[in-house]
Write a new protein. Structure first.
Length: 138
């Protein structure tokens, strides 16, 4: 990452909160270059976040380094929505995670309703065709 000197502490703190490991920093004019490693899952939309922290002046690049096993407590916590600090969405919203579909149940329900409606429309269309004849006349 390349960030202005005045935002160095904020950016390093943010990277640490994302389970990142700071490998070092070096000066580059009025900027500081930070070398760090962080899980790919934590870097989703990081460019936007970094820009907001640095008032649009920070830049970052990423490349794959290696695979690493995730701790069992972290795996279970992510599934429940409670793995990160603050308890996750479930704790913030006081109930089940509204954004997660349990086994696709909501999607399956919506598909069943859509199929039922289409089936009725299809049936009505064909019954009307049989009543009217080939040219649409009775």
């Amino acid at each position: 990452m390349r960030v202005p000197e005045e935002f160095l502490g904020d950016v390093m703190g943010d990277m640490s909160s994302r389970r990142g490991k700071i490998l070092g920093t070096e000066a580059d004019g009025h900027y500081q270059v930070i070398r760090a490693k962080a899980p790919a899952a934590e870097l989703y939309k990081y460019a936007t976040h970094l820009r907001s922290i640095t008032q649009g002046r920070g830049m970052h690049g990423a490349k794959f380094s290696h695979y690493e096993e995730v701790a069992a407590s972290r795996r279970q916590g992510d599934r429940d929505g409670e793995g990160r600090e603050g308890g996750g969405r479930r704790a913030r919203l006081g109930g089940p995670n509204p954004c997660r579909h349990s086994s696709g149940a909501t999607i399956k329900r919506k598909k069943a309703v859509t199929d039922a409606v289409r089936g009725k429309m299809f049936t009505k269309l064909h019954q009307g065709d049989l009543d009217r004849g080939p040219l649409g006349r009775r």
